[in-house]
Design a protein around this ligand. Structure first.
Ligand code: ADP
Length: 349
């Protein structure tokens, strides 16, 4: 019996009325590096992403050597191979190279850049470790205070212990509030893009702290000139940024000091400056104060009830708005923090 005619198999996923795509165009559009090499290691094709990785300084030789080695191993053993390359940079990168032998004696190597994923994983792990530590401390203190209270009969001492417990509970709830705010901001939820009037916002933020400032005999002064100071952004986030800076300025000031909140314009941007005459920040710590949970002096931070999260919240908010926060400080003389926001065309019409 004659063999039945071989039917042309339809191309999976491509409707018959679409034109055939050049495979090179498809491979060049992929975010993964793709290398095709003969069994003897001679490269016959490299897509755009693979060329970009190989073209990187410090990286090229290492990646090329790994691709070459894995291709040889795959063609010798006929088995797929995977290797993770950690390149210390700068910038540090993590690449995964996988190879597989194709049916026609050609090996396929795929290079995936997982640097960002690895960075996010590391931040997450770090964050969880920090949170556990920060929450464990007040929980431990609460349990010791409660234990002491159990056997105490003196009403005065019980009262004192109860007030200590309230302080610890308050501190813990502040840390949780800050963590929730930070994770909300970090989620990169689409920002509410409204016109935000910074003159009103500065007064609102200063008003929030007028009571706590008065309680410690610190004066808050606002210097807001006439004019239109409008940016596009999220009112709640920007208020939180200004408010965090004023909170710190008051917290790290001494009785009789003044905190000045100024609003002014620079070419293409609007600046909110929060200046204090407080204890200042040592130069050695200044680059680190925007890190999560970083406090210049832990004892000092605890005395003032700080969580060490305020400035990382501020930094995130500024990044969300395409702006920045910067600081200058002199120990014993005071600090000046600036929120710098870009002004978009049409913002101040
Ligand atoms: P905290 O909740 O501890 O204030 P922040 O992230 O807001 O946390 O600030 C980090 C650290 O930076 C603080 O613990 C403090 O040591 C220092 N700091 C921030 N603002 C000021 C300031 N205005 N004056 C002096 N030190 C400051």
């Amino acid at each position: 019996m004659p063999a039945p005619p071989v039917e042309q198999a339809p191309v999976v996923g491509r409707p018959t009325d679409t034109p055939a795509l050049d495979f090179e165009v498809v491979l060049n559009a992929l975010p993964l590096g793709v290398v095709l090499a003969r069994r003897d290691g001679v490269v016959v094709f490299r897509n755009r992403a693979a060329t970009a990785v190989v073209g990187l300084r410090h990286v090229d030789l290492l990646v090329e050597a790994a691709v070459d080695r894995l291709i040889r191993q795959t063609s010798e053993a006929g088995a797929a191979r995977t290797e993770t390359l950690e390149l210390f940079g700068p910038p540090p990168r993590v690449l995964v190279v996988s190879t597989v032998e194709l049916a026609d004696g050609v090996c396929l190597a795929v290079i995936e850049d997982i640097s960002e994923r690895t960075r996010i994983d590391a931040v997450r792990t770090d964050f969880v470790a920090n949170i556990s530590h920060e929450l464990k401390t007040p929980v431990g203190a609460l349990s010791i205070l409660a234990e002491t209270m159990q056997d105490e009969t003196d009403a005065q001492v019980v009262k004192h212990l109860a007030s200590q417990m309230m302080k610890e509970a308050h501190r813990m709830s502040e840390t949780i509030d800050d963590l929730l705010e930070l994770s909300k901001i970090e989620l990169d939820a689409p920002l509410r893009q409204n016109n935000v009037d910074l003159a009103t916002l500065v007064h609102e933020a200063a008003e929030r702290h007028s009571r706590s400032a008065a309680a410690t005999d610190v004066r808050i002064v606002t210097d807001v000139p006439d004019g239109r100071f409008v940016v596009t952004g999220d009112h709640t986030q920007l208020l939180s940024a200004a408010s965090n800076l004023i909170d710190n300025a008051v917290k790290y000031s001494e009785a009789g000091d003044t905190v000045t909140v100024r609003l002014f314009r620079e070419p293409g941007r609007i600046v909110i400056a929060v200046e204090d005459e407080g204890i200042g920040i040592p130069q050695a710590d200044i680059d680190r104060i925007f890190e999560r949970f970083y406090r210049v002096d832990k004892a000092r931070g605890r005395g003032t009830g700080g969580t060490g999260l305020g400035l990382s919240i501020v930094r995130h908010i500024m990044a969300n708005h395409g702006g920045e926060v910067n600081v200058t400080s002199q120990e014993g003389e005071g600090s000046s923090f600036r929120l710098v926001l870009p002004v978009q065309i049409g913002d101040n019409r």
